[in-house]
Design a protein around this ligand. Structure first.
Ligand SMILES: Cc1cc2nc3c(=O)[nH]c(=O)nc-3n(C[C@H](O)[C@H](O)[C@H](O)COP(=O)(O)OP(=O)(O)OC[C@H]3O[C@@H](n4cnc5c(N)ncnc54)[C@H](O)[C@@H]3O)c2cc1C
Length: 397
């Protein structure tokens, strides 16, 4: 078992796969692929440019209905797109717009909101971030306290969000706010679409262990947002939030990216493994085989989940199980990679995150990725919370 990509593509899809492969090869700049290959953070400008190219080709929103700029692809095509893009080291689709808020706007938005927001997500001109979590309201999201008070034809927002990924580069934030403190706590929540250049918004970076800037605190002080930016009904935000969270956990790109990582680790083992003793190489190889088998299993789960999602029958437990399993797999795989890099480099591990040792570059990327992936079992809902969802769904607990 050397590769986890699909080699069971039916002939009917061979031409399609080739079309995707050629596009990825010719249209994605090499510099961008290098960034993706080494798991570094893709800058907004490059990301937008790539999205723009996909849009021009008609592939800006593979999973959306045609009427909103989607492709109308079937299940196999959707998966092949993700797979070929991952194999070619093209960036994953920017999830906050295409995967998260876009479908919520389609489902709950007014015609004016659909016309205003959806085209700019598909063509890559407008970037979104998610303002859900607050200090004291992460897993227990319904306890959020940021308030929005109606003042004429505006809402006035006051409060604080935390862990807001990409807030420093986003144009818009979809955010949950409390519009009523009187009723059951879920019933007093609304979903507002907030321009990030609104007066009263302050974004402060949160330094993280991996030295990347991706999460922030967002402070909102008397931020005025027009009432037409309310998504769904006032007090109906919890329904929108749950709709979104179920989809957030089902990210079609996750498994192909894991498959690519598994291939990279296999390559690393083949190159570096020679330096280690036969016994430890065998152990690492065995761990890798198990992880590769896990990726194949995850692929089957994902395909059936996408199918169910297309038919509106997807159970929350399935997307939670996938999220849980893929988080664990990504941590396992990058852990194997570090074990392969092993003792030879261990002494450099401590300072390599910040020093300029170019020889240590590949190791630096591994360590960055290792540290970043620690957050996989927290972001988007912790592993414990996923287990709760699964238990509730299956056992009615
Ligand atoms: C890299 C990263 C990016 C993020 N991006 C965003 C973003 O863009 N937007 C956003 O809104 N949020 C974002 N988050 C926040 C993320 O959703 C929360 O961190 C997560 O939901 C956990 O909430 P918390 O940090 O408040 O921890 P807590 O909820 O306080 O949890 C602390 C611990 O208690 C456990 N726990 C809590 N409740 C239960 C329970 N009922 N049963 C069992 N165990 C429980 C948790 O599993 C965890 O181990 C991001 C987080 C990270 C790390």
């Amino acid at each position: 078992m050397t590769s986890t990509h699909t080699d069971d593509t039916p002939d009917a899809y061979a031409a399609f796969r080739e079309e995707l492969r050629q596009f990825a090869e010719n249209q994605c700049p090499e510099a961008l692929k290098t960034v993706v290959r080494s798991n570094q953070k893709v800058a907004r400008a490059e990301y937008s440019a790539w999205q723009h190219k996909l849009h021009e080709r008609g592939w800006g929103a593979p999973n959306w209905p045609v009427e909103y700029g989607g492709t109308g692809w079937d299940l196999q095509q959707r998966y092949l797109f993700e797979e070929v893009m991952a194999e070619a080291d093209c960036p994953p689709l920017y999830h906050h717009g295409l995967g998260h808020i876009g479908p919520v706007i389609m489902h709950f938005g007014t015609d004016a909101q659909k016309a205003r927001f959806l085209p700019r997500i598909v063509n890559g001109t407008e970037w979104w971030c998610q303002g859900y979590s607050e200090p004291g309201a992460g897993s227990d999201l319904a306890s959020l306290r940021t308030s929005a008070v109606r003042d004429g034809d505006h809402y006035v927002i006051n409060g604080q969000k935390i862990w807001t990924s990409h807030a420093q580069e986003a144009d818009m934030m979809y955010t949950l706010v409390r519009t009523s403190a009187e009723s059951r706590k879920q019933a007093g929540i609304s979903l507002l679409l907030v321009p990030m250049n609104s007066p009263g918004i302050e974004v402060r970076p949160i330094p993280t262990i991996d030295h990347w800037h991706h999460v922030n605190e967002v402070f909102l002080r008397d931020v005025r947002v027009p009432v037409e930016n309310l998504l769904g009904e006032e007090g109906g935000g919890w329904k929108c939030a749950k709709f979104l969270l179920d989809r957030e956990r089902l990210s079609p790109a996750t498994v192909p990216r894991l498959a690519r990582l598994a291939d990279q680790v296999a390559q690393l083992l083949a190159e570096r493994g020679r330096a280690s003793t036969g016994a430890s190489q065998n152990v690492l190889q065995e761990h890798l085989y198990l992880a590769q088998a896990g990726v194949m299993g995850a692929r089957e789960m994902l395909l059936s989940a996408i199918q169910e999602e297309m038919h509106g029958t997807l159970a929350a437990s399935k997307s939670s199980a996938l999220k849980l399993y893929c988080s664990e797999l990504s941590q396992q795989l990058i852990g194997i990679a570090l074990d392969v890099a092993g003792p030879t480099y261990a002494a450099r591990l401590v300072d390599t995150v910040t020093n300029d040792d170019t020889e240590a570059e590949p190791l630096r990327e591994l360590i960055h990725t290792y540290l970043f992936y620690r957050s996989r079992s927290i972001a988007g809902g912790t592993s414990e919370v996923q287990k709760n969802v699964i238990a509730r769904d299956i056992f009615g607990a």
